[in-house]
Ligand binder design. Structure first.
Ligand code: PA5
Length: 447
């Protein structure tokens, strides 16, 4: 089996090579902290060994549950936000055919998402779309109390109850939440929903390889064993003691080295639109893990060549605080060549019989060289193809790199205290019971 590769040569040229060698010891120390659970946030390290220890019983139960839901559903709505949403969305988008959702003949149910926004129109349109569909719900919230998914769940549960009655509704709902705490756990017990547990020691953004990600991915028809096998192979790779050969060490070290020379924005670039939600997941992983104590690299993303015609100008000549990390996919799933045309009005015959991916790869190479000339360091991450196995590698690669990067910044990569600020203001403005004092205070700010 091939492996994900990291190529740093076009980033190393921007920094002092001798200094970079000091990272050898530094990143190994951070890895030790993760493995021995001696670093910050060490009670949230359940994800580290997860690909090795997830039980075959749990995988079978997830696959069996997915099978049952698929049999009775034209649509499965996955309700969740942040870490309870982005991992599943990212993997499903990466693996799905890009026009599958428009096909009449379908072998898989539509997987739709809700609970990740508060748009009234989104919810109205979703209910409208579902009105003549047989559908089921997978509702995911670790805390069981997050407002966005709670509102979506209430709306959809009521709709199911009106249409199918209470008993059948219970059969159409799977809850994924804490083992004992939170409103969702209480409801699952009371209403007899089938449920899965999110372990206490795994935070939302590290939960894609738990039932949080695995159940929706299995519902969409993808092979979760292969995803986990890929993650497991990356776990092994990330334990390689050679600094040069360990992709996780290399990526974590170069990010920190670039940050130290004021490259404070990282742009994750892809040349395949299917990876756009991998980038969204990655932004949450790194943004929520590193952005604290007034530190952290700002994670941004682009999809090329599309965005070369919008953000390309900025990347080439804007503020020089950016570096670029490109996810490059070696092999396409399908083959399609540019046809010959005897009139050649469009002057494209010089490309006739070339695969479209050849043009894409030349765009990638040309862009890399241009950006390096424009003072944008370039990190290249290559995966052989977009399959469950390599997406599993990519996920674990980013998770482990993120944790080590966070430790290099000397912050706790596993908490998210800043997320509470907006919630407290929103609850005060909504006059939620228990927020009376905050409500009184906030009114003086907005009057
Ligand atoms: O990564 C995180 O911890 C967050 O993004 C959470 O996943 C998100 O806030 C949703 O929380 P919950 O699963 O408790 O509803």
């Amino acid at each position: 089996m091939k492996h994900l590769q990291v190529d740093l040569k076009n980033a190393l040229s921007f920094i002092d090579k001798n200094n970079f060698n000091n990272y050898d010891k530094l990143v190994k120390n951070q890895n030790e902290k993760l493995i021995n659970k001696t670093g910050k946030g060490s009670d949230f390290l359940g994800w580290v060994n997860l690909p090795n220890i997830i039980s075959s019983d749990l995988i079978s139960e997830i696959n069996e549950t997915a099978k049952q839901l698929r049999e009775k559903s034209e649509v499965i709505v996955v309700i969740g936000i942040g870490g309870s949403y982005l991992g599943a969305k990212a993997v499903i988008e990466a693996l799905s055919g890009q026009f599958d959702h428009l096909k009449q003949e379908r072998k898989n149910p539509h997987i739709l998402f809700a609970g990740h926004n508060l748009s009234e129109d989104y919810h109205y349109e979703l209910l409208d779309f579902l009105k003549d569909k047989k559908y089921s719900l997978v509702v995911i919230s670790k805390s069981g109390t997050t407002t966005e998914p709670a509102i979506a769940f209430r709306l959809l549960r009521k709709d199911l109850e009106n249409r199918f009655g209470k008993q059948e509704t219970s059969n159409r709902i799977i809850a994924i939440t804490d083992a004992s705490k939170g409103a969702l756990r209480n409801m699952a017990e009371q209403e007899n929903y089938k449920s899965f547990i999110i372990d206490d020691d795994i935070g939302g953004r590290y939960s894609v390889l738990t039932p949080v990600g695995l159940l929706p991915i299995a519902c969409a028809g993808y092979n979760i064993e292969e995803l986990l096998n890929g993650a497991k192979s990356m776990f092994e790779n990330s334990q390689n003691n050679s600094f040069e050969e360990n992709p996780v060490y290399q990526y974590a070290a170069i990010r920190h080295a670039l940050y130290s020379i004021n490259k404070t924005t990282e742009i994750l670039a892809n040349y395949d639109l299917r990876l756009n939600y991998i980038a969204e997941w990655w932004k949450q992983l790194f943004g929520e893990s590193e952005g604290k104590e007034n530190k952290g690299i700002f994670p941004a993303s682009v999809s090329f060549t599309t965005d070369l015609h919008s953000l390309g100008q900025y990347v080439q000549e804007g503020l020089r605080n950016i570096f670029e990390t490109v996810i490059s996919v070696e092999k396409t799933k399908f083959n399609l060549k540019i046809p010959d045309d005897k009139d050649n009005f469009d002057k494209l015959n010089y490309l006739a019989s070339k695969p479209i991916d050849y043009v894409n790869k030349m765009a990638e190479l040309g862009t890399k060289l241009a950006h390096i000339d424009g003072n944008v360091p370039n990190i290249k991450i290559t995966i052989p193809e977009i399959t469950e196995y390599y997406i599993g590698q990519l996920i674990y690669f980013f998770e482990k790199s993120c944790a080590i990067s966070g430790y290099l910044l000397n912050i706790n990569p596993f908490d998210q205290p800043g997320v509470e600020a907006y919630k407290n203001n929103m609850f005060a403005l909504l006059e939620k019971p228990g927020f009376e004092e905050e409500s009184r205070k906030i009114k003086t700010r907005i009057s």
